[in-house]
Design a protein around this ligand. Structure first.
Ligand SMILES: *[C@@H]1O[C@H](CO)[C@@H](O)[C@H](O)[C@H]1NC(C)=O
Ligand SMILES: *[C@@H]1O[C@H](CO)[C@@H](O)[C@H](O)[C@H]1NC(C)=O
Ligand SMILES: *[C@@H]1O[C@H](CO)[C@@H](O)[C@H](O)[C@H]1NC(C)=O
Ligand SMILES: *[C@@H]1O[C@H](CO)[C@@H](O)[C@H](O)[C@H]1NC(C)=O
Ligand SMILES: *[C@@H]1O[C@H](CO)[C@@H](O)[C@H](O)[C@H]1NC(C)=O
Length: 446
């Protein structure tokens, strides 16, 4: 714990002084799970300044311009406009409103209300109207016009993970995550969840150019189980001591000590990344176990993080509108004392059924429906396989390798310790991973 508190500030000071900002993935073996997320946030904040300087955008004449990283206060309300979450223009990180345009400001959840220095009424939901610049007015609840950034909630809005009456692959449960404002549910992402195995098959959500810039500096909340892990101490199962006990049962204590080191251990690997969501409210709503799976930390910080960042930047720069399916497949294996491969699960129920599998593969399938293009990016979640084993587990021709169309990806696909990686066509991918709903693809998305 002491190291955890000391290491990150030291690195940040060194970084600021040298003006060199190492790629987060270069620190995959230096930072712990939480340190890494905090560093990534810091790094993106400095990176995005550069990006925003080089991004030309035209201010709405006479309207309001709100910067994602300048004009959104905290604890942050939910902002709605045009029946969806308030949307920045392209990849600029700026929301443009015309003079007179309305934004719904909401603080959903029990005993929550809107705060502002110029507030005149206690309301949980209200309509703000763009005056000009960063000023809004609000008839009946704001006195005159006030800064948009002054709008906050009395405490963080309550997000929800709710079972739907829809099913996904093999009759599994679709759970939707989002906010309810005035009885209307606004989804952020959906999870396809196997309630029997406590396994997240995949999560899906939109990624568009406006996702290129997100709010930085948002604190990590605790992970929530919602109602989906009844009686299972899921957060405890991820604790390092518990991982050691679990692996000791599966492979013996000597090998458990070898596999679980200060650097190699299982993190709560986000499927939809925190940073895939623009606003604090969405980022906080990403912290559900139905949006996570056990992932070796250097892989989480290494090739997986590279894929998350580079794909988001690519979508922003190229102007693609996509749906991303981020999921898991298979069960990773470790050798036991008799040199036999054993499936790794974090939990077994009272009837000895294994639950919460440690996935063999993590993947992101990115799909552009308008252009009918898609690519599956796949990584192996196991630092202990040999080179011949990861080759044998590569289930398609790697379309990214030696392909200049994917030069933006820039991952280190051969590094087994940070997640051995490859790309497939959607058709090839489906031959091994049958989970995703049908959609038509005519070529790779690059
Ligand atoms: C809301 O929709 C209107 C009409 O399509 C559009 O002019 C306006 O720019 C949209 N507002 C935002 C913030 O996207
Ligand atoms: C509104 O603001 C004005 C000027 O700051 C102040 O004089 C007035 O009392 C305020 N009205 C209310 C209802 O708070
Ligand atoms: C509150 O209202 C006054 C008068 O309308 C205005 O000058 C001031 O900037 C407002 N304060 C904030 C924080 O918006
Ligand atoms: C499923 O839920 C939706 C609301 O989420 C509802 O409109 C619909 O009637 C439900 N369908 C069935 C078959 O229960
Ligand atoms: C592909 O690239 C690798 C280096 O990443 C190189 O070693 C290999 O020879 C290339 N293969 C082909 C077929 O060009």
């Amino acid at each position: 714990m002491a190291r955890l508190l000391v290491a990150l500030p030291v690195i940040l000071v060194a970084v600021v002084q040298s003006k060199e900002i190492p790629e987060p993935s270069d620190l995959a073996f230096v930072l712990s799970e939480n340190e890494f997320e905090d560093y990534l946030d810091f790094w993106l904040e400095h990176k995005s300044e550069v990006n925003q300087l080089s991004t030309a955008f035209s201010k709405t004449e006479g309207g309001c311009t709100l910067g994602v990283n300048e004009d959104f206060g905290q604890p942050q309300p939910v902002y709605l406009n045009n029946n969806t979450y308030l949307t920045p223009t392209g990849a600029t990180g700026k929301v443009n409103l015309f003079s007179g345009e309305q934004v719904t400001i909401a603080c959903p959840g029990p005993n929550r209300f809107i705060l502002h220095p110029n507030i005149t009424a206690s309301v949980a939901t209200a309509t703000a109207v763009c005056v000009n610049s960063d000023l809004v007015s609000g008839a009946g609840w704001l006195n005159g016009s006030g800064a948009f950034s002054g709008l906050t909630c009395s405490s963080h809005p309550t997000h929800e993970a709710r079972a739907t009456n829809e099913t996904c692959y093999n009759n599994n449960l679709v759970i939707r995550v989002g906010f309810t404002v005035e009885d209307i549910f606004y989804p952020l992402y959906w999870s396809c969840f196997d309630e029997r195995r406590l396994e997240v098959l995949y999560v899906w959500y939109e990624q568009n150019p406006h996702n290129a810039v997100h709010q930085t500096g948002i604190n990590r909340p605790n992970f929530a189980a919602g109602t989906f892990y009844p009686g299972v101490p899921v957060n405890d199962m991820y604790k390092k001591d518990q991982q050691k006990a679990t692996l000791t049962n599966l492979v013996g204590s000597d090998l458990a000590d070898k596999y679980l080191t200060t650097r190699q251990y299982l993190a709560r690997g986000h499927l939809a990344a925190k940073t895939d969501f623009i606003y604090a409210s969405g980022q906080r709503a990403s912290f559900y176990f139905i949006n996570a799976a056990p992932q070796w930390q250097p892989f989480n910080a290494g090739n997986w993080n590279l894929l998350e960042q580079k794909l988001r930047a690519r979508i922003g720069n190229a102007g693609y509108n996509t749906v991303v399916y981020t999921g898991t497949f298979g069960v990773t294996q470790l050798r036991d004392e008799n040199d036999r491969f054993v499936d790794i699960y974090l939990y077994t129920d009272e009837n000895n059924n294994p639950q919460i599998p440690v996935p063999l593969y993590f993947y992101k399938v990115v799909y552009d429906a308008d252009r009918r293009l898609g690519t599956a990016f796949v990584s192996i979640n196991n630092p202990y396989y040999t080179e011949s084993e990861v080759r044998a587990l590569t289930f398609c021709t790697d379309r990214c390798r030696n392909n200049s169309a994917f030069s933006w990806l820039n991952w280190k696909p051969d590094h087994i310790d940070i997640g051995y990686s490859f790309c497939c066509t959607i058709d090839d991918f489906r031959r091994t991973v049958p989970h995703l709903p049908p959609f038509t693809v005519t070529d790779l998305l690059s």
